[in-house]
Ligand binder design. Structure first.
Ligand SMILES: Cc1ncc(COP(=O)(O)O)c(C=O)c1O
Length: 400
């Protein structure tokens, strides 16, 4: 039962809270006051099970104690330094990332503040590597690499690009998973890099066919074309491996990270093999907040927690459990994706209605299209919480 006066008051409060914000987001109309673990709590005291994780960010859950402690301790020493100084926390994180990404623990890292910036860095580095002779970057239709102008140019979605033309030139798009069109694109001598997601996240949780990535890597290596893997969404354990490229035994030249790297603290990282990274020279690139010791402290705590909790095995186990439960729901036709980045495909085009009803039922999901819902809970989700979410989905989908 809703009280009409209270509903109206709440609507007015929501409107007023939106009023000074640019209208770039379609929000759910819910005001969150507190979050803890896998749950959000709104201003009316309602509780929501978060199966979106702040869009694949809070993998360790909200208000994680280890991250909070690491950040607080760092803030007590110093929260920010210019990049004219070296500091132990940021250096430790750079070494940590190198030791996790590369088989031989080598490479170099540039820090920024978001996924788009991590990809912008990769684009600039690839152009430096091309040395003025090669500059084109091949990306996939339906990909998502960010909203800044370079990252948007890399994002193969004409509807997102159209209002902001002209975008930086030099991007070529091919169908994801189609190795022959990739081969044709790579025959252009001006191509210097391929930028790709292992699972297309925003594009609908799309998987590539078997052996696609291995063939792509062979094509790149044969022509000295850089393989840039965008792990902004798939990285940090989301797919059941620390980085999704390792499911396919790949050896990328550049890897971009963000989202779950800081469990909510803004941070982006671009790792590259040393021979690629060394093409940057002082003054080529920079970011005032990039490499913030505070965000670095958060990210170091995230790596430590992933190990301490043996989170990768947990993700693999809970993923099988969740997948099995989702495919058993009447309205679901199939489940795509890996680990805890899953796409729930519906038999009818009712994704938006289902997401709205699930929210009313206390579950946060995200519709990527009329028929696809993204399911991306925190990696620390329990079986009971999976049961709770699937019960809500089953219940609300019956009325659609
Ligand atoms: C694969 C991928 N790359 C890049 C981005 C952009 O990240 P950000 O929103 O932090 O700029 C996203 C965001 O969803 C993403 O999923």
């Amino acid at each position: 039962m809703h009280n009409i006066d209270t509903d109206l008051e709440h609507k007015a409060r929501t409107e007023s809270m939106r009023s000074a914000l640019m209208p770039t987001y379609t929000d759910y109309g819910v005001i969150i006051e507190r979050a803890s673990g896998c749950y959000l709590y709104d201003d009316t005291g309602r509780k929501y099970l978060d199966f979106l994780s702040g869009v694949s960010v809070v993998s360790l859950g909200h208000a994680n104690e280890a991250v909070n402690q690491a950040v607080t301790e760092q803030m007590r020493s110093f929260g920010h330094l210019s990049n004219f100084f070296i500091n132990p926390t940021t250096s430790a994180l750079a070494s940590e990332i190198c030791s996790r990404v590369a088989r031989d623990r080598s490479g170099k890292v540039f820090f920024s503040n978001s996924g788009a910036e991590a990809n912008e860095t990769a684009i600039k580095l690839a152009r430096r590597y091309g040395d003025g002779k090669r500059y084109k970057i091949v990306t996939c239709f339906n990909s998502f690499h960010g909203r800044t102008m370079g990252a948007l140019a890399a994002t193969g979605q004409p509807t997102k690009q159209r209002p902001f033309q002209p975008l930086p030139p030099g991007f070529v798009y091919v169908d994801f998973g189609d190795i022959s069109s990739m081969e044709t694109a790579l025959s252009d001598p001006q191509v210097v890099a391929v930028m790709i997601e292992i699972v297309q996240g925003e594009g609908g949780v799309v998987d590539a066919p078997q052996l696609y990535f291995q063939s792509l890597e062979r094509l790149c290596k044969a022509k000295d074309i850089l393989l840039i893997v965008d792990e902004v969404q798939t990285g940090m354990g989301r797919t059941g491996a620390l980085f999704a490229f390792s499911h396919f035994g790949l050896d990328p030249d550049i890897v971009t990270l963000s989202k779950a790297l800081g469990n909510g603290f803004p941070i982006g990282a671009t790792w590259a093999k040393a021979e690629v990274a060394n093409h940057f020279i002082p003054g080529d690139h920079g970011s005032t907040f990039g490499g913030s010791p505070t965000s670095a402290a958060a990210a170091l705590a995230v790596f430590a927690e992933i190990d301490r909790l043996d989170l990768l095995s947990q993700v693999r186990e809970i993923s099988s459990y969740l997948r099995e439960k989702l495919v058993g729901i009447e309205i679901v036709s199939k489940v795509s994706g890996m680990g805890l980045l899953l796409g729930m495909h519906l038999k009818q085009p009712v994704a938006k209605a289902l997401v709205a009803k699930a929210l009313e039922g206390g579950l946060v999901l995200n519709a990527l299209s009329d028929r696809i819902i993204r399911v991306a809970p925190p990696l620390v989700i329990s079986k009971q919480e999976v049961d709770e979410a699937c019960d809500v989905i089953t219940k609300v989908s019956q009325g659609l």
